[in-house]
Design a protein around this ligand. Structure first.
Ligand code: GLC
Ligand code: CA
Length: 512
């Protein structure tokens, strides 16, 4: 287990929307380098960059054309190596986004695979033997290549599935076993990709759709054997590098597949969904919504269960949001957001904050850009400074911007919020600082629920003697013990008899 994860707080960057340094309207690697001090200054000591490799950008870069080359619009490989160096100088780690399940249909591996003549890439993707061989239970594309056969998709039309074979073989004519030498070469190549970037200074990978590799793999055990190979390579040659999966099943991702961390995402009513994004029939049921909230128990139970199952093997990663989710501010108002940040930054595991969530950037519905569809509203340019053109994101003319900046009145901006002690950004900065200072609050400190009531009252203990209590509702609620040694408080607490009243919308971190 990489030691640095214990005290890691990640900041996710969508490179095209972060900071443009050459005035072409799109964010770049130099822009990330120039903002490292900003990020570090807030207490984030690790970065996850969304894919920054050569791509036709039909899915914002999740359609990789060449795994070994940085997309020219972001800079060069040397710029990325420089970013690693500059981050390391500041005690920060940088992980890249690995997309192992599919490539772009413009990737050379795929265009070769499409050829009639057999070549070294013929088996790199999943093909049937004839164009008429097209069982409809699979997402197969017919008639789009010279090769006589249909190929399988993994996500969008532009993303053919790489061939890692099948676990349960239902069509032996064209499905290869996941143990077949020919498909093992696909994962060998992904290992080469990982080695290439690790050798050049990367600190690990966020793995896209990590559970999607072997097909007809219902219990995911075959896919897990592949990741076990990767983990063995990490343990041997890169013991301080990390792998975090987009799997959303921590027991499988961590215990079975060997990931160091797994994301808890919105699907399956996991913690993030229950806590911050739970909208049912138009009514906000989020735990942190001051009215109509869901119970603390329902919010927490799934997280606690997976935490127990994965304890000592790896970490759960809770997010403020990511490039696929609505912005946190879409469901929670500013006070509710602060309460959510108190939870995010005091839970066990490794937290991730999406760029701009620290200032409460808004979700801005708009037409799709680069395969974003309804996710586009979450991917608008970072808002740096409201005294500058395009809020400081870029000096380009507005119509040249990757996406327009938030033009609504009072769009939150980093520089202005930093000058205001009571701002959201300063709340996040203070919470990060507290997490770094209190070992109890870090990744592997114990997590024990002390109070969990239907009223909404929740209190958990972290590590030896640090506790966090929440009252997200619009009514005062009472804890039956004293809260004396307060480390941080959103809202207000008042002593009452032997207990403590948490006023409406309060979260408090304290020593027991
Ligand atoms: C993941 C990414 C998403 C992408 C998809 C296909 O879910 O987070 O942005 O579109 O995989 O690669
Ligand atoms: Ca640029």
């Amino acid at each position: 287990m990489p030691k640095w994860l214990k005290d890691a707080i990640f900041y996710e960057i969508y490179p095209q929307s972060f900071y443009d340094t050459n005035g072409d309207g799109i964010g770049d690697l130099q822009g990330i380098i120039e903002k490292l001090d900003y990020i570090r200054g807030l207490g984030f000591n690790a970065l996850w960059l969304n894919p920054c490799f050569l791509s036709p950008f039909m899915d914002a870069g999740y359609d990789v054309q060449d795994y070994y080359t940085v997309a020219p619009r972001y800079g060069t490989n040397e710029d990325l190596y420089r970013l690693f160096k500059e981050a390391h100088k500041r005690g920060m780690h940088v992980i890249l986004d690995l997309v192992p399940g599919h490539t772009s249909d413009k990737c050379k591996w795929f265009t070769e695979s499409c050829k009639h003549e057999r070549n070294q890439y013929s088996d790199r993707y999943i093909w049937t033997n004839y164009v008429w061989q097209r069982p409809y239970e699979y997402p197969l594309i017919a008639g789009n290549a010279d090769r006589d056969g249909c190929y399988m998709l993994n996500f969008f039309l532009s993303q053919p599935a790489l061939n890692y074979g099948f676990k349960d073989i239902t069509h032996p004519e064209w499905q290869m076993s996941y143990t077949d030498k020919r498909v093992q070469a696909t994962f060998d190549e992904m290992m080469n990709v990982m080695r290439f970037w690790l050798d050049n200074g990367a600190d690990g990978f966020r793995v896209d759709m990590a559970d999607s590799l072997v097909k007809n793999d219902e219990d995911k055990s075959a896919t897990a054997t592949l990741w076990r190979r990767a983990r063995a390579m990490f343990d041997k040659d890169y013991p301080e590098a990390m792998l975090v999966s987009e799997w959303c099943n921590a027991p499988r991702a961590i215990n079975m597949a060997g990931f160091h961390c797994d994301f808890i995402l919105d699907h399956h009513n996991k913690l993030v969904h229950n806590a911050s994004r739970n909208i049912v029939n138009g009514v906000n049921k989020s735990y942190f919504c001051k009215t109509a909230h869901m119970s603390a128990k329902d919010t927490f139970s799934c997280y606690l269960d997976e935490l127990k199952q994965t304890k000592d093997n790896g970490y759960m990663s809770v997010i403020s949001g990511n490039h696929d989710t609505p912005r946190i501010s879409y469901t929670l108002d500013e006070t509710e957001t602060r309460l959510y940040f108190v939870m995010l930054l005091t839970l066990s595991g490794v937290p991730f904050v999406y760029y701009g969530d620290e200032i409460g950037m808004r979700f801005i519905p708009q037409p799709s850009k680069e395969g974003g569809y309804n996710r586009t509203g979450t991917r608008t340019p970072m808002q740096w400074d409201n005294t500058k053109k395009n809020l400081g994101f870029s000096t380009a003319e507005t119509d040249k911007l990757y996406l327009d900046v938030d033009r609504t009145k009072n769009a939150p901006c980093a520089v202005q919020q930093l000058q205001d002690n009571g701002s959201l950004i300063n709340c996040v900065r203070e919470l990060n600082a507290l997490r770094h200072a209190e070992e109890d609050l870090q990744a592997d400190g114990d997590m024990q629920v002390l109070v969990c009531e239907d009223s909404g009252l929740l209190c958990y203990k972290r590590g030896k003697n640090t506790a966090v209590a929440f009252n997200p509702t619009d009514k005062a609620l009472k804890l039956d013990f004293a809260v004396d040694n307060v480390l941080y408080c959103v809202g207000k607490i008042t002593p009452s008899g032997k207990g403590t009243t948490l006023e409406p919308q309060t979260a408090v971190i304290f020593k027991l």
